[in-house]
Design a protein around this ligand. Structure first.
Ligand code: HEC
Length: 120
């Protein structure tokens, strides 16, 4: 399975897990849905590409490294992780507007990645 289809599989797993839950919180997640060894190459990079780097990258229509964040590379994502914590985990305002937000499983995958020391 290539990275993209694996990621789609994880995402759809997450969606089916969350479907039917009202106010979703951590207690609603099957801990097994969270990958044990998430890496940048396999999961985090594709996630950032899907949700963030359309706007936060060296070259976008909105300008270079919007708000000072580059989520199109490994180093930029590690350097900007505090921005993910603030806008995704705490405020829930990125990606902005009506864009699809990260699922709880995706957020926990990012936290796990951080706990493991940002494996490449
Ligand atoms: C559709 C474009 C778009 C997407 C996609 C997007 N952002 Fe943003 N982001 C913006 C804009 C515009 C700003 C600056 C204006 C603002 O602060 O609202 C911003 C600001 C930020 C900031 C700085 C906020 C602050 O208070 O200083 C962070 C951190 C950030 N985004 C993280 C992310 C992350 C992480 C993702 C993916 C989960 C993401 N953004 C996806 C458009 C986007």
């Amino acid at each position: 399975m290539d990275t993209r289809s694996r990621w789609l599989l994880v995402s759809s797993l997450a969606l089916s897990l969350l479907a039917g839950c009202g106010a979703a919180d951590l207690a609603d997640i099957d801990p097994q849905a969270i990958p044990e060894q998430p890496t940048y190459a396999e999961l985090v990079g594709p996630m950032m590409h899907f949700y963030c780097s359309g706007c936060h990258a060296p070259k976008t229509q909105l300008g270079p490294n919007l708000a000072g964040y580059d989520y199109s590379s490994y180093s930029g994502t590690v350097a900007g992780f505090s921005g993910i914590e603030e806008t995704v985990f705490e405020r829930g305002d990125m990606p902005p507007g009506g864009a699809t937000k990260l699922s709880l499983v995706e957020m926990e995958t990012l936290r796990k990645w951080q706990q493991l020391g940002f494996p490449q």
